[in-house]
Design a protein around this ligand. Structure first.
Ligand code: GLA
Length: 500
């Protein structure tokens, strides 16, 4: 049966009614109105990239369903370039590893319905060229070649540029270097998302890029040893949270690319994150409206990796059109509550993450007053894709060590208003108490329907699925019950008082 769950309907309504957050000084090139989603070669392949492998990644993005889930950018990172420019000084792909050239690769990626991203550098050399091709003066960086390089990118069909920060030219100015490439892209004749990779938040970044890195490089570990040049998942979550107010449609804090599914990649001797930690990685990136750029070998994914990367309800939190970066609203004894308003800042629907930083399973409670709600609210578990029911005042859930529960919490009023607006329908069902049963009768509804009965404490008392005619649900105890009926994407709710 094709149904839309309570919270999902509420989210849609809120999106329709959305007012959007904005920062007046953000770059306004009309691109990346929701956080960019895609894949980048660096976290799993490093410098070892070539045409055949990248085309196989493009194929996998389609065949695994990642593309349909929204991951559309296929981005080459460092070391796609040849060791020298061509006779006219143009950047070119490495002739051995990318023999057919960048335009042909871009065409292939586009033919799969994907978008093409490349990497560049605002200085004299890229970071990899700095470290490994010390002897050659290859001019892999775009310093003072911004216009020429932006034109090359446009001619290859590039849709996204990640612009790194290595080998600063003498007497150059970081902000101006990035601004020159921003302006070159604006005039190159093609729409290209600009990803600023300056390894820390800079005041000028929101008016320069569509996204900007807020931290050092992410590596495949939960926490980095203190003093290391890289960061772990947890270090980054806390840092990126501090810049939340700068995020808006078209302008995103970038806490770096995903490490989810990199079970074989180690940094130093650090432990590889476990599945709970990867789930937290995804949850918090979604709550923080971060770009979702995968960094694993998507040609070979475990079922758990797929479940984490492909949960459409969790992704929908990230992609919410209001573009508000969620924040940590409470943290005590290692137990966090994070909240991301959906649809609009003060609307009827919130995404909430319950994040357990500790080594033992613990109950985490979200008080509805902390997310701006009073009274009753519907709670849906997004990782499990199940409705938890109607709750009053708060909701508590046990969360495993380093794991995160993702919830969508919606005011019942929001749902009712939304129903009216979306459906403009008269009652499709009746629900009455008679002879010890709640009896649900379809009035105008067609096709199959599901009936769920919730008691006043929000617990589900009974459920029947895929019904086509009247149903009777025996109810033993007196009290107020909410009957929710779902029929072909339409949700109708009735309140039934049972007194014996
Ligand atoms: C820097 C960037 C990384 C990656 C490497 C490639 O460290 O921050 O994301 O692009 O360069 O050399």
């Amino acid at each position: 049966m094709n149904t839309i769950k309570v919270a999902a309907i509420a989210g849609l309504f809120a999106t329709l009614a959305a007012g959007t957050a904005s920062t007046s000084s953000a770059l306004d090139n009309g691109l990346a109105r929701t956080p960019p989603m895609g894949w980048n070669s660096w976290n799993c392949f490093g410098s070892d990239i070539n045409e055949t492998q990248i085309k196989a990644v493009a194929d996998a993005m389609v065949s695994t369903g990642l593309k349909d889930a929204g991951y559309v950018y296929l981005n080459l990172d460092d070391n796609w370039m040849g060791k020298s420019r061509d006779a006219d000084g143009n950047l070119q792909g490495d002739p051995t590893r990318f023999p057919k050239g960048m335009k042909e690769l871009g065409d292939y990626i586009h033919s799969r319905g994907l978008k093409f991203g490349v990497y560049g550098d605002r200085g004299l050399k890229t970071c990899y060229f700095r470290d490994f091709y010390k002897e050659t003066d290859n001019k892999s960086g775009s310093y003072m070649k911004e216009v020429q390089d932006a034109k090359s990118f446009a001619s290859w069909g590039v849709d996204y540029l990640k612009y790194d920060n290595c080998v600063e030219a003498p007497n150059s100015n970081q902000q101006q270097d990035y601004e020159r490439m921003r302006d070159a892209l604006a005039n190159c004749g093609r729409e290209i998302v600009f990803s600023v990779c300056a390894w820390a938040f800079k005041d000028w970044a929101p008016k320069t890029g569509n996204l900007w890195r807020t931290t050092d490089d992410i590596k495949n570990t939960w926490i980095a040893p203190s003093g290391s040049w890289y960061k772990g998942i947890l270090d980054i979550i806390d840092k990126n949270n501090t810049y939340a107010s700068h995020a808006a449609p078209g302008a995103w804090n970038d806490p770096d690319m995903l490490q989810i599914g990199n079970y074989k990649i180690k940094i130093d001797n650090q432990p590889i994150p476990n599945d709970n930690e990867y789930r937290t990685h995804m949850s918090l990136w979604c709550i923080m409206a971060a770009p979702l750029i995968m960094g694993n070998d998507i040609r070979n994914m475990t079922q758990v990796t797929k479940d984490i990367l492909l949960n459409t309800e969790v992704i929908a939190v990230n992609q919410d059109s209001a573009g508000i970066q969620g924040t940590k609203i409470k943290s005590a004894n290692g137990l966090d509550v994070w909240c991301k308003p959906l649809g609009s800042k003060n609307g009827d629907v919130k995404a909430v993450a319950l994040f357990n930083r500790n080594a033992a399973t613990a109950d985490i409670t979200v008080n509805f007053s902390d997310i701006g709600f009073t009274g009753e609210a519907h709670v849906r578990d997004l990782w499990k894709k199940t409705d938890k029911g109607l709750f009053t005042g708060s909701f508590t859930m046990a969360v495993e060590p380093h794991n995160t529960a993702m919830l969508k919490i919606a005011k019942p009023t929001g749902i009712r208003t939304e129903q009216a607006l979306l459906q403009q329908k008269k009652a499709q069902f009746s629900a009455v108490f008679t002879n010890g049963n709640i009896v649900v009768v379809p009035l105008n509804a067609k096709g199959q329907f599901d009936v769920s009965v919730f008691s006043s404490n929000g617990r589900m008392a009974a459920q029947l699925k895929n019904k086509t005619a009247s149903v009777s649900l025996p109810v033993a105890k007196s009290g107020l019950y909410v009957v929710a009926i779902e029929n072909q994407g339409y949700m109708e709710k009735k309140t039934v008082l049972i007194s014996r």
